[in-house]
Ligand binder design. Structure first.
Ligand code: TXA
Ligand code: MG
Length: 314
Protein backbone atom coordinates (compact mmCIF):
# COMPACT_ATOMS: atom_id res chain seq x y z
CA UNK A 1 0.00 0.00 0.00
CA UNK A 2 1.28 3.42 -0.91
CA UNK A 3 0.10 6.96 -0.29
CA UNK A 4 0.18 8.70 -3.67
CA UNK A 5 -1.01 11.79 -5.48
CA UNK A 6 -0.83 10.00 -8.85
CA UNK A 7 -4.34 10.08 -10.33
CA UNK A 8 -3.45 7.83 -13.29
CA UNK A 9 -2.11 5.19 -10.90
CA UNK A 10 -5.37 5.29 -8.93
CA UNK A 11 -7.35 4.94 -12.17
CA UNK A 12 -5.28 1.97 -13.29
CA UNK A 13 -5.65 0.18 -9.96
CA UNK A 14 -9.41 0.72 -9.88
CA UNK A 15 -9.74 -0.59 -13.45
CA UNK A 16 -7.85 -3.72 -12.33
CA UNK A 17 -10.35 -4.32 -9.53
CA UNK A 18 -8.08 -3.07 -6.72
CA UNK A 19 -9.06 -1.01 -3.65
CA UNK A 20 -8.04 2.64 -3.55
CA UNK A 21 -8.86 5.07 -0.75
CA UNK A 22 -10.07 8.33 -2.27
CA UNK A 23 -10.37 11.85 -0.87
CA UNK A 24 -13.77 13.53 -0.83
CA UNK A 25 -14.95 16.77 0.74
CA UNK A 26 -16.67 14.82 3.54
CA UNK A 27 -14.39 11.93 4.60
CA UNK A 28 -12.03 9.56 2.78
CA UNK A 29 -13.79 6.70 0.98
CA UNK A 30 -12.56 3.18 0.27
CA UNK A 31 -13.19 2.94 -3.45
CA UNK A 32 -13.75 0.01 -5.81
CA UNK A 33 -15.43 -0.49 -9.19
CA UNK A 34 -19.11 -0.61 -8.19
CA UNK A 35 -20.01 -2.95 -11.04
CA UNK A 36 -17.28 -5.51 -10.28
CA UNK A 37 -18.62 -7.90 -7.64
CA UNK A 38 -15.24 -9.26 -6.62
CA UNK A 39 -13.81 -5.76 -6.15
CA UNK A 40 -16.84 -4.82 -4.04
CA UNK A 41 -16.45 -7.99 -1.98
CA UNK A 42 -12.92 -6.86 -1.12
CA UNK A 43 -14.30 -3.60 0.27
CA UNK A 44 -16.51 -5.46 2.75
CA UNK A 45 -13.62 -7.69 3.74
CA UNK A 46 -11.08 -4.85 4.18
CA UNK A 47 -13.47 -2.91 6.44
CA UNK A 48 -14.84 -5.95 8.21
CA UNK A 49 -18.21 -4.58 7.22
CA UNK A 50 -21.35 -6.70 7.55
CA UNK A 51 -22.95 -7.45 4.21
CA UNK A 52 -26.29 -6.00 5.36
CA UNK A 53 -24.83 -2.47 5.28
CA UNK A 54 -24.96 -1.20 1.66
CA UNK A 55 -22.43 1.07 -0.07
CA UNK A 56 -22.74 4.51 -1.64
CA UNK A 57 -21.98 4.67 -5.37
CA UNK A 58 -19.98 7.74 -6.40
CA UNK A 59 -20.39 9.29 -9.84
CA UNK A 60 -19.16 12.47 -11.53
CA UNK A 61 -22.39 13.74 -13.10
CA UNK A 62 -26.17 13.42 -13.26
CA UNK A 63 -25.77 11.59 -16.60
CA UNK A 64 -23.49 9.01 -15.00
CA UNK A 65 -25.93 8.62 -12.08
CA UNK A 66 -28.54 7.59 -14.65
CA UNK A 67 -26.39 4.56 -15.59
CA UNK A 68 -27.00 3.05 -12.16
CA UNK A 69 -30.21 4.62 -10.78
CA UNK A 70 -33.63 5.90 -11.82
CA UNK A 71 -33.64 9.66 -11.21
CA UNK A 72 -36.98 11.36 -10.67
CA UNK A 73 -37.53 15.14 -10.92
CA UNK A 74 -36.75 15.67 -7.23
CA UNK A 75 -33.44 13.84 -7.57
CA UNK A 76 -32.41 15.90 -10.57
CA UNK A 77 -33.40 19.14 -8.82
CA UNK A 78 -31.47 18.23 -5.66
CA UNK A 79 -28.36 17.13 -7.53
CA UNK A 80 -28.47 20.34 -9.62
CA UNK A 81 -28.71 22.46 -6.51
CA UNK A 82 -26.29 20.69 -4.14
CA UNK A 83 -23.89 18.56 -6.16
CA UNK A 84 -21.07 18.02 -6.36
CA UNK A 85 -21.45 18.16 -2.58
CA UNK A 86 -22.21 16.34 0.66
CA UNK A 87 -25.56 14.89 -0.43
CA UNK A 88 -26.43 11.23 -1.07
CA UNK A 89 -29.76 10.23 -2.63
CA UNK A 90 -31.36 6.81 -2.25
CA UNK A 91 -33.07 5.94 -5.54
CA UNK A 92 -34.40 2.86 -7.36
CA UNK A 93 -31.41 0.91 -8.65
CA UNK A 94 -30.80 -0.26 -12.19
CA UNK A 95 -30.01 -3.93 -12.88
CA UNK A 96 -26.33 -3.22 -13.58
CA UNK A 97 -25.72 -2.63 -9.86
CA UNK A 98 -24.72 -5.85 -8.06
CA UNK A 99 -26.88 -6.88 -5.11
CA UNK A 100 -23.78 -6.90 -2.94
CA UNK A 101 -23.48 -3.10 -3.34
CA UNK A 102 -27.06 -2.53 -2.18
CA UNK A 103 -27.21 -5.44 0.30
CA UNK A 104 -30.05 -6.85 -1.73
CA UNK A 105 -32.18 -3.70 -1.51
CA UNK A 106 -33.96 -2.53 -4.67
CA UNK A 107 -32.49 0.93 -4.04
CA UNK A 108 -29.02 2.40 -4.49
CA UNK A 109 -27.39 5.36 -2.73
CA UNK A 110 -25.76 7.82 -5.15
CA UNK A 111 -23.46 10.76 -4.51
CA UNK A 112 -21.41 13.22 -6.59
CA UNK A 113 -18.44 14.04 -4.32
CA UNK A 114 -16.90 17.50 -4.40
CA UNK A 115 -13.19 16.77 -4.66
CA UNK A 116 -11.30 17.57 -7.87
CA UNK A 117 -8.96 14.55 -7.66
CA UNK A 118 -11.72 12.02 -7.11
CA UNK A 119 -13.92 13.58 -9.79
CA UNK A 120 -10.96 13.23 -12.15
CA UNK A 121 -10.45 9.60 -11.14
CA UNK A 122 -14.12 8.87 -11.86
CA UNK A 123 -14.07 10.70 -15.21
CA UNK A 124 -10.80 9.19 -16.40
CA UNK A 125 -11.73 5.64 -15.39
CA UNK A 126 -15.33 5.93 -16.55
CA UNK A 127 -16.21 3.87 -13.46
CA UNK A 128 -18.98 4.30 -10.94
CA UNK A 129 -17.17 3.88 -7.63
CA UNK A 130 -18.60 2.17 -4.58
CA UNK A 131 -17.00 3.75 -1.52
CA UNK A 132 -17.87 3.49 2.13
CA UNK A 133 -15.92 5.62 4.58
CA UNK A 134 -12.36 4.26 4.73
CA UNK A 135 -12.39 3.08 8.37
CA UNK A 136 -12.87 -0.32 9.95
CA UNK A 137 -16.59 -0.91 10.51
CA UNK A 138 -17.90 0.94 13.57
CA UNK A 139 -14.94 3.30 13.99
CA UNK A 140 -14.38 7.01 13.40
CA UNK A 141 -14.26 8.07 9.74
CA UNK A 142 -10.91 9.28 8.33
CA UNK A 143 -10.44 12.90 7.29
CA UNK A 144 -6.77 12.63 6.19
CA UNK A 145 -4.74 10.11 4.19
CA UNK A 146 -2.72 9.38 7.33
CA UNK A 147 -5.88 8.35 9.21
CA UNK A 148 -6.64 5.84 6.45
CA UNK A 149 -3.13 4.48 6.58
CA UNK A 150 -3.27 4.03 10.35
CA UNK A 151 -6.56 2.16 10.28
CA UNK A 152 -6.67 0.28 6.99
CA UNK A 153 -3.20 0.61 5.47
CA UNK A 154 -2.45 -3.10 5.40
CA UNK A 155 -5.74 -4.06 3.76
CA UNK A 156 -5.80 -1.79 0.69
CA UNK A 157 -3.82 -1.20 -2.49
CA UNK A 158 -3.30 2.58 -2.47
CA UNK A 159 -4.39 5.82 -0.83
CA UNK A 160 -4.86 8.85 -3.05
CA UNK A 161 -3.85 11.83 -0.92
CA UNK A 162 -6.06 14.85 -1.55
CA UNK A 163 -5.28 16.65 1.71
CA UNK A 164 -7.56 17.04 4.72
CA UNK A 165 -11.31 16.82 4.03
CA UNK A 166 -12.95 20.24 4.06
CA UNK A 167 -16.39 19.29 5.43
CA UNK A 168 -15.22 16.56 7.81
CA UNK A 169 -18.60 14.83 8.31
CA UNK A 170 -20.18 12.22 6.08
CA UNK A 171 -22.79 13.22 3.52
CA UNK A 172 -26.44 13.82 4.35
CA UNK A 173 -28.53 10.89 3.04
CA UNK A 174 -32.04 11.47 1.69
CA UNK A 175 -34.36 8.65 0.71
CA UNK A 176 -36.38 9.51 -2.39
CA UNK A 177 -38.09 6.12 -2.75
CA UNK A 178 -41.58 6.27 -1.31
CA UNK A 179 -41.87 8.86 1.43
CA UNK A 180 -39.05 11.42 1.30
CA UNK A 181 -36.98 11.14 4.49
CA UNK A 182 -33.55 12.04 5.80
CA UNK A 183 -31.76 8.80 6.70
CA UNK A 184 -28.51 10.36 7.92
CA UNK A 185 -27.78 13.91 9.04
CA UNK A 186 -24.50 15.04 7.56
CA UNK A 187 -22.47 17.68 5.81
CA UNK A 188 -25.43 19.33 4.05
CA UNK A 189 -27.55 21.14 6.66
CA UNK A 190 -31.19 20.13 7.04
CA UNK A 191 -32.19 23.78 6.62
CA UNK A 192 -30.65 23.83 3.13
CA UNK A 193 -32.51 20.70 2.07
CA UNK A 194 -35.76 21.99 3.53
CA UNK A 195 -35.39 25.21 1.54
CA UNK A 196 -35.93 23.03 -1.55
CA UNK A 197 -38.10 20.16 -0.28
CA UNK A 198 -40.13 21.78 2.51
CA UNK A 199 -40.29 20.26 6.00
CA UNK A 200 -38.65 16.85 6.05
CA UNK A 201 -39.07 13.78 8.16
CA UNK A 202 -35.79 12.80 9.81
CA UNK A 203 -35.52 9.11 10.58
CA UNK A 204 -31.96 8.41 11.51
CA UNK A 205 -32.09 5.73 14.11
CA UNK A 206 -33.39 2.23 14.11
CA UNK A 207 -32.83 -0.91 16.08
CA UNK A 208 -33.34 -2.93 12.91
CA UNK A 209 -29.94 -3.62 11.39
CA UNK A 210 -31.63 -4.21 8.06
CA UNK A 211 -32.46 -0.52 7.98
CA UNK A 212 -29.12 0.63 6.60
CA UNK A 213 -26.92 3.26 8.09
CA UNK A 214 -28.74 3.65 11.34
CA UNK A 215 -26.84 1.50 13.77
CA UNK A 216 -26.89 3.34 17.05
CA UNK A 217 -23.32 2.47 18.08
CA UNK A 218 -20.87 3.83 15.52
CA UNK A 219 -17.98 6.27 15.18
CA UNK A 220 -16.08 4.60 18.02
CA UNK A 221 -12.87 6.59 18.71
CA UNK A 222 -11.37 3.79 20.84
CA UNK A 223 -12.10 5.51 24.17
CA UNK A 224 -15.45 5.80 25.90
CA UNK A 225 -17.31 9.03 25.22
CA UNK A 226 -19.62 10.74 27.71
CA UNK A 227 -22.04 13.26 26.27
CA UNK A 228 -23.54 16.17 28.23
CA UNK A 229 -26.70 17.92 27.16
CA UNK A 230 -24.97 21.30 27.21
CA UNK A 231 -21.63 22.97 27.91
CA UNK A 232 -22.53 24.27 31.38
CA UNK A 233 -23.34 20.77 32.61
CA UNK A 234 -20.03 19.49 31.28
CA UNK A 235 -18.01 22.27 32.93
CA UNK A 236 -19.79 21.85 36.28
CA UNK A 237 -19.06 18.11 36.28
CA UNK A 238 -15.46 18.64 35.12
CA UNK A 239 -14.75 21.04 37.97
CA UNK A 240 -16.01 18.50 40.49
CA UNK A 241 -13.73 15.55 39.62
CA UNK A 242 -10.05 14.67 39.13
CA UNK A 243 -10.01 15.70 35.49
CA UNK A 244 -6.37 15.06 34.61
CA UNK A 245 -7.23 12.03 32.43
CA UNK A 246 -10.38 13.45 30.88
CA UNK A 247 -10.21 14.70 27.32
CA UNK A 248 -12.77 17.36 26.44
CA UNK A 249 -14.31 18.40 23.15
CA UNK A 250 -15.71 21.86 23.66
CA UNK A 251 -17.11 24.59 21.44
CA UNK A 252 -16.42 28.25 22.33
CA UNK A 253 -15.16 29.69 25.62
CA UNK A 254 -15.18 27.80 28.91
CA UNK A 255 -12.26 25.41 29.41
CA UNK A 256 -8.65 25.36 28.36
CA UNK A 257 -5.82 22.90 28.83
CA UNK A 258 -3.67 20.24 27.25
CA UNK A 259 -6.53 17.76 27.02
CA UNK A 260 -9.17 20.24 25.88
CA UNK A 261 -9.82 20.30 22.13
CA UNK A 262 -11.79 23.32 20.95
CA UNK A 263 -14.01 22.48 17.96
CA UNK A 264 -14.51 26.16 17.18
CA UNK A 265 -13.49 29.08 19.36
CA UNK A 266 -15.97 31.30 17.47
CA UNK A 267 -18.78 28.70 17.79
CA UNK A 268 -19.00 28.19 14.03
CA UNK A 269 -20.79 24.94 13.20
CA UNK A 270 -19.00 24.46 9.88
CA UNK A 271 -15.58 24.77 11.51
CA UNK A 272 -16.70 22.47 14.34
CA UNK A 273 -17.81 19.79 11.86
CA UNK A 274 -14.49 19.89 10.04
CA UNK A 275 -12.62 19.35 13.34
CA UNK A 276 -14.87 16.79 15.05
CA UNK A 277 -13.24 13.52 13.97
CA UNK A 278 -9.75 15.01 14.24
CA UNK A 279 -10.56 16.07 17.80
CA UNK A 280 -11.86 12.63 18.79
CA UNK A 281 -8.72 11.04 17.35
CA UNK A 282 -6.36 13.56 18.96
CA UNK A 283 -7.80 13.07 22.46
CA UNK A 284 -7.79 9.32 22.05
CA UNK A 285 -4.14 9.39 20.89
CA UNK A 286 -3.18 11.41 23.98
CA UNK A 287 -4.21 8.45 26.09
CA UNK A 288 -7.20 10.13 27.73
CA UNK A 289 -9.16 7.65 29.83
CA UNK A 290 -12.48 9.14 28.76
CA UNK A 291 -13.67 11.80 26.33
CA UNK A 292 -16.33 14.28 27.43
CA UNK A 293 -18.31 16.29 24.94
CA UNK A 294 -21.40 18.46 24.98
CA UNK A 295 -24.27 18.73 22.56
CA UNK A 296 -24.35 21.75 20.27
CA UNK A 297 -27.42 23.81 19.37
CA UNK A 298 -29.65 21.72 17.05
CA UNK A 299 -29.20 23.87 13.98
CA UNK A 300 -27.06 23.83 10.85
CA UNK A 301 -24.32 21.20 11.07
CA UNK A 302 -24.83 21.10 14.86
CA UNK A 303 -27.50 18.44 14.26
CA UNK A 304 -25.10 16.10 12.44
CA UNK A 305 -22.36 16.72 15.02
CA UNK A 306 -24.80 15.81 17.82
CA UNK A 307 -25.83 12.70 15.90
CA UNK A 308 -22.19 11.53 15.63
CA UNK A 309 -21.48 12.31 19.28
CA UNK A 310 -24.55 10.37 20.43
CA UNK A 311 -23.50 7.33 18.43
CA UNK A 312 -19.88 7.62 19.61
CA UNK A 313 -21.17 7.78 23.20
CA UNK A 314 -23.36 4.71 22.77
O1 TXA B 1 -19.74 11.23 2.87
C1 TXA B 1 -20.00 10.05 2.64
O2 TXA B 1 -21.15 9.65 2.41
C2 TXA B 1 -18.82 9.06 2.64
C3 TXA B 1 -17.90 9.41 1.46
C4 TXA B 1 -16.79 8.43 1.31
O3 TXA B 1 -18.66 9.52 0.31
N1 TXA B 1 -19.28 7.72 2.57
C5 TXA B 1 -19.87 7.12 3.62
O4 TXA B 1 -20.14 5.78 3.39
O5 TXA B 1 -20.12 7.67 4.66
P1 TXA B 1 -20.58 4.76 4.54
O6 TXA B 1 -20.63 3.45 3.87
O7 TXA B 1 -19.70 4.90 5.69
O8 TXA B 1 -22.02 5.19 4.87
C6 TXA B 1 -23.00 5.04 3.89
C7 TXA B 1 -24.34 4.88 4.50
C8 TXA B 1 -24.43 3.58 5.25
O9 TXA B 1 -24.85 3.83 6.55
C9 TXA B 1 -25.43 2.79 4.45
O10 TXA B 1 -26.19 1.98 5.27
C10 TXA B 1 -26.26 3.88 3.76
O11 TXA B 1 -25.31 4.85 3.46
N2 TXA B 1 -26.82 3.37 2.52
C11 TXA B 1 -26.17 2.91 1.45
N3 TXA B 1 -27.02 2.42 0.53
C12 TXA B 1 -28.27 2.60 1.02
C13 TXA B 1 -29.58 2.30 0.57
N4 TXA B 1 -29.81 1.71 -0.60
N5 TXA B 1 -30.62 2.63 1.36
C14 TXA B 1 -30.41 3.25 2.53
N6 TXA B 1 -29.19 3.56 3.04
C15 TXA B 1 -28.13 3.23 2.30
MG1 MG C 1 -19.00 4.94 7.52
Amino acid sequence: MAITTDIDKAVQLLLEGALVALPTETVYGLGANALDVSAVAKVFKAKNRPSFDPLIVHVASIEQAQEVAELNDAAIALFKQFSPGPLTLVLPKKVAVPDLVTSGHPTVAIRIPNHPMTLEVIRKSGLCIAAPSANPFGYTSPTTAAHVQEQLGDNIDAILDGGPCGVGLESTIVNLCGETRVLRLGGLALEELESVLGTLKVQTSSSNPKAPGMLSAHYNPGVSVRLFSNKKRLIDAYDGVDNSKIGVLIMGEGLEGATVFNLSQSENDIEAASRLFTGLRALSAMGCAEIWAHQLPEKGLGRAINDRLKRAAN
